[in-house]
Design a protein around this ligand. Sequence first.
Ligand code: FE2
Length: 214
Amino acid sequence: MVAIFTPQAEKEFFTPFGPLMGFCRMPAGFVDEMNRAIGRNLADHSQALVGKVRQELRFDQPLIDLAAATLGQTLIEYHIRANHRGAFGDYDHKSRQYELNVMGGWFVRQYAGDYNPLHIHTGAAISCVGYLALPEGIDAEWEEDDRDHHPSHGHLQFAHGTDSHYSVSNFMIRPRVGDFYIFPSNMFHCVYPFRAEGERRSFSMNLSVVERKA
Ligand SMILES: [Fe+2]
């Protein structure tokens, strides 16, 4: 059956096209635990990734389990809301059960001059990024970047489709420690370099949400 839009109010402005983004703040204890895990003996993951960055380390199973336990509900909610939106409400999540299937996770350790070229993630439906640390001098750099045109140092940028009137085709994120974003894995994105001394540390995961009839 084709989903039909049904207005819910006398007046509303809505966004039926384009990808859904998710955001939440991560618990401080989780951020600390993830940062401590950098000291573990994790495998290099850089050959599987496009990043031109100092180091990319693959999550071990305990890290995947920890991230899934902490962020799983939000990731499943993203999946449910995206399906609700695509079906204009004609989607009964209460009759279904959901399970997270995490294909992999990794840390990205980026330093001055490093960057992440435009890319997508394959083999998953959902990707995400969480920010764990930023260089001490990044705020001063951003102040200067703001005074110049088009601030972008160390930012994450998403691009979707072609620009047109009354539409938006890109979305820029300024990282903040503790912020967590969810996005469709096949959406183009890139990370710009910065100049400050110190580490910009994030993690990402690729995953899918498996649905079953309850
Ligand atoms: Fe990426």
